[in-house]
Design a protein around this ligand. Structure first.
Ligand SMILES: [Ca+2]
Ligand SMILES: [Ca+2]
Ligand SMILES: [Ca+2]
Length: 253
């Protein structure tokens, strides 16, 4: 005697489900419809064996029990809008059943500039995707999400940031009140500093002088004993807010 009672229960359960009410992926719904129709055929087949009945019931049960819960993706980095000399990103994700992929794409306006992703092995319940993306100077939008093994996709998060990959400039200021040159060396020297992404600070022979963050700045009246300056060779490193540097060497008398 073939027992089809278990199969009948799963068919009833499947009949109660509608595509409109289905919160899972389209692929999972298609699999459910296929399993449901196959189960009905087996139920109607008077010649079906118990193995065929049990297999149809298992297939339908698995399709009904599909993963219908979306993963969640969160942006771990960046945490500020920059500017950065390049993009260091990290997206963390979790899922109730298992992740398959985490994606982070960089857009300029509506144009995709760079796509990065990590495959998550073995359906791990949590995962992380990190990437470094070199980009030209400008304003960008990061869009990121996570996919689970059931084909569900998390909400897509967005984050605006700017890139400044251009080093600042340092120009010797003219005028004897600022700069006194004797050939290739100086009694004293002053610099005009500029950066489109704003000057942050200078470092003179390892001595850091923080400057208010502005596009234009100055480092004036550098002479031995001032700001870490010494007689002989000096090294001035100018930093912008993004961390790009310009190194200037000069000799003081
Ligand atoms: Ca899921
Ligand atoms: Ca810059
Ligand atoms: Ca500063």
């Amino acid at each position: 005697m073939i027992d089809k009672s278990g199969l009948a229960v799963w068919i009833d359960d499947a009949a109660a489900l509608t595509e409109e009410g289905w919160s899972g992926s389209a692929d999972a719904w298609a699999a459910l419809v296929g399993a449901r129709d196959a189960a009905r055929a087996v139920a109607d087949d008077k010649g079906a064996t118990q193995d065929e009945v049990d297999a149809a019931a298992d297939l339908l049960a698995g399709a009904i029990d599909a993963d219908t819960v979306k993963p969640e993706a969160t942006l771990a980095a960046p945490t500020t809008a920059g500017p950065f000399s390049s993009l260091d990103l990290q997206v963390d994700a979790t899922d109730d059943r298992g992740l398959s992929q985490i994606v982070a794409n960089v857009y300029k306006g509506d144009t995709l500039i760079a796509s990065t992703q990590s495959e998550i092995a073995d359906g791990a319940l949590s995962g992380s995707h990190a990437a470094n993306v070199p980009l030209p100077d400008g304003a960008y939008t990061l869009r990121y999400n996570a996919h689970d093994v059931g084909g569900n996709v998390s909400a897509t998060g967005t984050f605006e940031f700017t890139i400044d990959a251009t080093a600042p400039t340092a120009t010797v200021k003219e005028g004897s009140e600022f700069t006194v040159a004797t050939g290739q060396t100086y009694d004293r020297v002053s610099f005009k500093l500029h950066d489109a992404g704003k000057i942050d600070k200078v470092e003179l022979n390892g001595v850091v002088k923080d400057l208010s963050n502005n596009n234009w700045s100055d480092i004036n009246f550098v002479a031995p004993g001032v700001f870490g300056a010494v007689q002989g060779a000096n090294t001035l490193i100018v930093y912008d807010v993004a961390g790009n540097t310009q190194t200037v060497t000069f000799t003081l008398n």
